[in-house]
Design a protein around this ligand. Structure first.
Ligand code: SIN
Length: 295
């Protein structure tokens, strides 16, 4: 397996010590857990998504661990503006605030709360099971462009996390690019469900949820590959990454870095585990690999 030369990386307007970032929604609800993931080798960390009003989330069960993935329908639970205090002790660290809103004005308001405390903003335009938010907004290219513009014009690095649950993800990626995004994050979870044959009812309280983990890795690679052919801004690969070889594959598809989520459930030190295999002082420069699978 090829190795990459270690060193600082410029990812969508921020500098990180490596290519391995913590994805939104995993150990991202407190400043202490985010700090812990940085100390365990994450190059940057993305918070749980924060919205314009406090939200309790969906009725449980909210999470099901499957053979090859994780099914969740948390329902965007969050304390809203109070969360800013959680990350203020991490000022100056590579902390990215994930935010959601129902329209451009709400996105701009929530992003503004994080000015000075977050290194970048990641727009959640992709949660597949939140009425009026997430993919409900992020499936419409006009809304994606307007929400992205509302945040990018504030002057903070602006990442846009896309849903795979659309016919043409490149139309959404191009809309984010037109809105001034600094990077695209691909992908959020795949809309999915399971039914308990014993109970004869859906497993999740919300019935539908989002699938993450190894099962969706091929979907994520395909989306990154398609986006690389259509967009010019950096792409951050996300979705089922759990090994150094997965990181290389994402890079070859076109990603400049990756976000890792579900793999943290089985190895809380997954960033260090992957880095041990991924990096070597005599490795190749990462930019030699980014997009190399394209003809
Ligand atoms: C949730 O809180 O329901 C998950 C968030 C997401 O899928 O973006």
């Amino acid at each position: 397996m090829v190795s990459i030369r270690p060193g600082p990386v410029n990812v969508g307007g921020i500098q990180t010590p490596n290519h391995l970032l913590l994805a939104a929604g995993i150990l991202g609800t407190t400043g202490a857990s985010l700090a812990r993931m940085l100390s365990y080798g994450a190059g940057a960390v993305v918070t749980k998504s924060i919205g314009p009003e406090p939200k309790d989330g969906h009725a449980g069960p909210c999470l099901a661990i499957l053979d090859d993935g994780v099914l969740n329908a948390m329902g965007l639970p969050n304390p809203s503006k109070d969360f800013v205090e959680e990350i203020s002790p991490l000022k100056g660290k590579p902390v990215i605030a994930s935010i959601y809103g129902g329209n451009p004005e709400e996105f701009a308001m929530v992003a503004e709360w994080f000015r000075g405390s977050a290194a970048a903003i990641e727009l959640n335009l992709s949660c597949p099971h939140a009425e009026g938010y997430g993919a409900a907004v992020g499936s419409d290219p006009h809304l994606v462009e307007a929400c992205t513009l509302a945040v990018s014009r504030l002057g903070m690095p602006t990442w846009v996390k896309l849903t795979p649950n659309v016919t043409d993800i490149t139309a959404i990626g191009k809309a984010a690019e037109r809105g001034g995004a600094s990077a695209i994050v691909a992908i959020n979870t795949v809309k999915a469900m399971r039914i308990s044959t014993g109970l004869r009812r859906p497993v999740l309280g919300n019935r539908y949820g989002g699938l993450s983990g190894k099962a969706i890795f091929p979907v994520a690679v395909r989306c990154v590959y398609e986006l690389y052919e259509s967009c010019h801004i950096p792409i951050i690969g996300c979705g089922g990454v759990s090994s150094a070889d997965n990181v290389l594959e994402m890079m070859m598809a076109g990603a400049v870095a990756v976000e890792i989520g579900s793999a943290v459930y089985s190895d809380v030190r997954v960033f260090e585990t992957i880095a041990r295999t991924l990096y070597a002082d005599d490795g190749v420069p990462a930019h030699d690999l980014v997009g190399c699978a394209h003809g």
